[in-house]
Design a protein around this ligand. Sequence first.
Ligand SMILES: Cc1cc2nc3c(=O)[nH]c(=O)nc-3n(C[C@H](O)[C@H](O)[C@H](O)COP(=O)(O)OP(=O)(O)OC[C@H]3O[C@@H](n4cnc5c(N)ncnc54)[C@H](O)[C@@H]3O)c2cc1C
Length: 570
Amino acid sequence: MANTGAIADPMHVETDVLIIGSGGAGMYAAIEAARAGCGVFLADRSLIGRGGATVMAQMTVAVALGEEVPDHWSHHYDDTLESGRGLCDERLARLLCEDGPDCIREMDAWGIGWARKDGHIAQAFAPGHDRPRCVYVDFLNTGPAVSKTLRGVVARTKAIRKAGDLLIVDLVRTGGEVSGAVALHLPSGAPVTIAAKATIVAAGGLTRLYRRNSASANMGGDGYALALRAGAPLVDMEFVQFFPIGHLAPRLIGMDPIMWDPFRYKLGGRLLNRDGEEFTARYGVSEDGRYVITRDVATYAIAKEVEAGRGSPHGGAFLSFQHCSEAELRAAFGPVIDRLAKNNIDLTRMPVEVAPIAHYHMGGVIADERMETELPGLLVAGEAVGGANGANRLSGNAITEALVFGRRAGRSAAERVKHTRRQAFEPTAARTALDLVARGGDRRDINTAAMILALQSTMADDVGPFRTEAKLARALEIIRDMTDALGARPPGSPMAFDLTRLEWFDLRNMLTVAQTVAAAALARTESRGAHQREDFPGMLPDWRLNHVARLGAGGVTLTSMLAATPAAAQ
Ligand SMILES: Cc1cc2nc3c(=O)[nH]c(=O)nc-3n(C[C@H](O)[C@H](O)[C@H](O)COP(=O)(O)OP(=O)(O)OC[C@H]3O[C@@H](n4cnc5c(N)ncnc54)[C@H](O)[C@@H]3O)c2cc1C
């Protein structure tokens, strides 16, 4: 590291490839770029490989290995397009399905330990797939195993330098190219500049925008905001996936709110309303104790039952495994049953209550099949990429997407590095962002924690699974007012750990991204997949369009482009 001599003497890092985010996508990208001969700087606002969704993922990794029954990537692709309700970017969906098997076998070679049955890799059935297609390590710990395996390879790869606790605040552009970034070292408050010949945004999703979510605190949409502010467009931002059976009641401590998904995979389970009726058939899917309903339909069905006064006491649905014996539950989940007992939950005697929670984002940065964005020097990977899953993601596609897109982004970044001789980074181009990080603010009146809670409530109440023009317009007004209240400069003093300052930077991103979600949702006057408009209930052929969002001086602007999927997928 060297000093640039500018504001507050920022630390300066030079690298071939900068990777922002060390989830599955970021780590795979780092490994791939390094083995192509590049120096890599892998930065994360949290601990390396432990900060985002990858390490939290539970079970399913969808891939057409054909180990359980014959399969081909084209069948996985067909299911992905169908689930995407006519909006998938077919190039990206194809890449996900076609390259998935290779990545999954490489993870196997790296020792992940995919579960095996009779000597072959086991593949489980998941809703929306036409055959058993999801590999797993075990039913609750697949994400931790993915993360640990990649962390191991990263640790063995000398060309990868790692920096945790480093919040990337803004990308730097030099002569129209992305040439690096400005960062904030969280424990010390110190500014850092990073010069890179290629930069990969692998910063994950945005579900922290919502009051009830399955996310970590690092998933406030930073990657989308970084790309937008640098000038790269986003797509499909209205499509936030709600996980229908997030735990609601009774109180559950030390366990994951989406843990009921593996239970449903293994044991079926019955979704019941207040009257004990298995209600999904009313919404077009008869489950009868099986798990076949897709996430968008289940979210819709539960919300409509609640609205009709048939919800569970806390405002969701009952999920019952009372048809299972203690022995069956123990055979399937062993120690998990003991952890449930510590929470006073005995599934043989009682149902639990579940309700939709924000879980994944289908929208994101527009990329081509090389994972390159419109901006030279900027690539994107993982959940930060928009379009592969259209209006609704299939179970298991997100981990595959992280691995496949990460590997492809690392490869493309390395190719760019080979043809880029000198660093384009100019310290003056970093000045505005550096100024935000390195200078103090004089405001004392701002309660950033309360603002985050208020934004999460607005998003949940007005930009949640069910939307109307009035709710969305109200949300946009609130977001505008909050943006004004946030102001242009962070409060507090630099060069110290300061939570209010950190939350200011988080809110700056969260408000920008919230605005794109709400604006795109307001503009889409139909219902499709994860986007349900109560005032426009049907899916309309004319709306087989993708919304493209850009950030201008006056805020977010939207344009439409024709979706690139076959009409048959509608
Ligand atoms: C509880 C849970 C369970 C899930 N289960 C499954 C499943 O079973 N199957 C499946 O396919 N999918 C599942 N998903 C979804 C899947 O895990 C994610 O879509 C996928 O892991 C995303 O990988 P990623 O590498 O793109 O992002 P992440 O793994 O989220 O990593 C992003 C990283 O970027 C870092 N970061 C963010 N902003 C910045 C910044 N400004 N500066 C520096 N670093 C930054 C974060 O700290 C984080 O480490 C689940 C998600 C959750 C939350």
